[in-house]
Design a protein around this ligand. Structure first.
Ligand code: GDD
Ligand code: MN
Length: 381
């Protein structure tokens, strides 16, 4: 009796249009990224790089470090560059500080006077207008001979061969930009997210370019910036950079053999929402920007990658929200199946990978809403 009652209830639940729609949305929400991940891992990742490396290429490299209150890290950051295996005579470092009030400038000056064998330039802004503004200003101070510019953060620590490895890729004229894979000093969800994320970025790069690059290590051919300019919309100093270079018709790749470590600092929530805002900005602005400038070049493969990532960042998170709303509505209407599914969905949160995914969706959703009134050009740590 009881069994037939349950079966009857379940059958009725299955005709509930809210529940059915919720299920379809959930399948699409979880299915598309899984399918994309699978495709990237099995079809793209194993591909060779298809890049012609010239081991003798020794370009002049400019490293740009924007700083705002980086007293804690700036000297170790400068050491980190100083101890790269690349010839110091070929490196110039530009620190652009935006009126830090924690002694950053003094620490840079001190370090400079103790390391006179490397070309260090310090530019002081009188006011803080954000990282993008600072970078645009620093670009005016890049020496004429510069062949490669590497943008970085004060708290990003490169492995000692980072420059040498990056310039090897850039020795192929079809490569416009190279970004590193990021890991964190601390264990935890941030690293779970990164391992999934790095795999996709590297796999996409094997096909031509990845639309999302990493601010802690962005190497680019200087002549491209001279010819086409540096994009000046918010977020362009970070993730969008890869897309911009790819839209110019060059390969923009994240590589697996350059590792950069970062500490997790400040509020995770605020940082993740800000980065998500910049990602959303990327998918809204970069293509339009390149077209408006008249520099956009069509690349069939990159368009596919771009569209997939556009879907994953802009549309897909909202399917989860809709599915959840409909599921809760079904629960309120007394559906047993909906209650069970909601329970399973919540129980899965004990799995790290699932929890990381759900958190990322939440950040993207909050970021999308927040983007309506602020672009996060200046931020607190
Ligand atoms: N000159 C200058 N002026 N530098 C700034 C300013 C500013 O107003 N604001 C931040 N910076 C510097 C920081 O000192 C640091 O060197 C770098 O920009 C990155 O800032 P963090 O505070 O460390 O931010 P993050 O760790 O979340 O950085 C990531 O996200 C940013 C975009 O949200 C990285 O990917 C960055 O490259 C990216 O710009
Ligand atoms: Mn940082």
């Amino acid at each position: 009796m009881i069994e037939s009652w349950i079966l009857n209830e379940l059958f009725q639940d299955l005709t509930d249009p809210f529940l059915i729609t919720a299920l379809v949305l959930a399948v699409v929400h979880f299915g598309t990224p899984l399918a994309y991940y699978w495709h990237a891992k099995t079809q793209w990742l194993p591909k060779p790089w298809n890049i012609r490396v010239d081991g003798n290429y020794r370009p002049k490299v400019t490293v740009i470090i924007p700083t705002y209150n980086e007293a804690e890290f700036i000297q170790s950051k400068l050491d980190n560059i100083y101890y790269q295996d690349y010839p110091k005579s070929l490196v110039e470092v530009i620190v652009i500080d935006s009126a830090s009030n924690d002694g950053t400038v003094k620490l840079v000056e001190e370090w400079g006077s103790e390391h006179r064998d490397i070309n260090l330039r310090l530019i002081k802004e009188d006011k803080r207008r954000g990282k993008l503004f600072a970078i645009l200003k620093a670009l005016k101070h890049v020496s004429r001979e510069s062949d490669v510019i590497i943008f970085t953060d004060a708290d990003a620590f490169w492995e000692p061969y980072a420059i040498s490895k990056a310039v090897r890729y850039l020795s192929d004229p079809t490569v416009g930009a190279v970004t590193a894979s990021i890991t964190y000093f601390e264990e935890g969800l941030e690293n779970v997210y990164r391992s999934y994320y790095n795999l996709i970025r590297i796999a996409e790069s094997k096909t031509h370019a990845t639309p999302v690059h990493n601010g802690p290590f962005l190497a680019v051919r200087t002549c491209l910036l001279r010819k086409f300019g540096f994009p000046d919309f918010p977020g362009s100093d970070d993730s969008s950079f890869g897309s911009y270079i790819a839209f110019l018709g060059y390969k923009a790749i994240q590589v697996d053999n350059i590792l950069v470590k970062e500490p997790v600092r400040g509020s995770t929530f605020r940082r993740k929402v800000r980065r998500a805002q910049h990602l959303i900005q990327n998918f809204f602005s970069t293509k339009r920007y390149a077209k408006k400038l008249g520099v956009y070049k069509y690349n069939e493969q990159f368009e596919k990658t771009w569209r997939s990532e556009w879907w994953l960042h802009i549309v897909n998170p909202w399917l989860l929200v809709l599915a959840l709303v409909l599921l809760i509505a079904s629960v309120l209407y007394g559906s047993i199946l909906a209650t069970a599914l909601l329970g399973i969905g919540l129980a899965f949160l004990s799995l790290k990978a699932y929890r990381t995914w759900i958190m990322q969706q939440i950040y993207l959703i909050i970021a999308a809403i927040r983007s309506l009134w602020t672009k996060e050009v200046v931020w607190d740590k």
